[in-house]
Design a protein around this ligand. Structure first.
Ligand code: APR
Length: 230
């Protein structure tokens, strides 16, 4: 089976009711992103950051996967699919995708604020101020914030190099190193970009832009892939 690799971003979850980042005009639910998604923001006001992510977690749990997520899960019948996502919501898994790499962490996990290897499943619970890790430090969301290393980027780059087909869906390609994954795609590989606007990707002869929402746009791509490659 051909390797189909997908790079997804907030746009794929938009039709599930979860807001994207850049469509909100630089504010994220009324907050400056650096206030709620950076080590500096955490140092300045950890309670605000905890509450912010507790709300994001509740919203993600209430949301349902949409047809875009489902189409990608169903492509596993015909392709070896790996989804590399910048999303922290896990709607890909809930739609049935079996191989999902999370570049920016998961809302469903907490981690130690002194040892990033100490990770705890939250099982839908909030993180409270005063919840401690086994080393006695405050728990924080297991989310990669602006200015932090992206531990899964190497794994994602190795997967991307092996892609026979590459899909980019619902990401502005404005955030690095995630956006740099496109540079690891082999030159002969067809790339499909599904997004109502135009993400920051260099044109090349193998790119097809599908200026559509994830739900309908991914259906179009899936039909074409099955016709061409199956
Ligand atoms: N279907 C597909 N794409 C959509 C839809 C939709 N229904 N609605 C919006 N989009 C597109 C927008 O046009 C935009 O290109 O989704 C993209 C969302 O871009 P961003 O908000 O920048 O989200 P993303 O690229 O995932 O952000 C990357 O930035 O804030 C950080 O860590 C956070 O993972 C996030 C990273």
């Amino acid at each position: 089976m051909l390797n189909l690799v997908v790079l997804s971003g907030a746009g794929i979850s938009a039709e599930s009711g979860l807001k994207t980042f850049r469509d909100a005009g630089g504010l994220w639910e009324g907050h400056d992103v650096m206030q709620v998604a950076s080590p500096e923001g955490w140092a300045a006001n950890p309670q605000l950051v905890l509450e912010f992510y507790n709300q994001r977690r509740r919203a993600a749990l209430e949301a349902m996967p949409n047809l875009g997520h489902t189409v990608l899960a169903q492509l596993e019948e015909d392709f070896e699919v790996t989804v590399i996502t910048q999303n922290v919501d896990e709607l890909h898994e809930r739609a049935g995708s079996s191989k999902v790499v999370h570049l920016h962490g998961k809302l469903s996990e907490a981690r130690s604020s002194v040892d990033e290897s100490l990770i705890y499943p939250l099982e839908g619970k909030d993180i409270q101020w005063g919840d401690l890790c086994d080393k006695g430090s405050q728990l924080r969301p297991n989310i990669v914030w602006f200015g932090e290393m992206v531990p899964m980027i190497e794994v994602a780059a190795r997967i991307t190099e092996k892609a026979d087909i590459f899909i980019v869906v619902g990401t502005s390609m404005a955030v690095y190193p995630a956006a740099s994954l496109i540079d690891f795609v082999r030159h002969d590989v067809p790339v499909y970009v599904v997004d109502p606007s135009t993400p920051m990707i260099r044109h090349n002869p193998n790119i097809t832009f599908i200026r559509d929402k994830a739900t309908t746009g991914l259906k179009t791509v899936a039909k074409e892939l099955r016709e061409k490659f199956h």
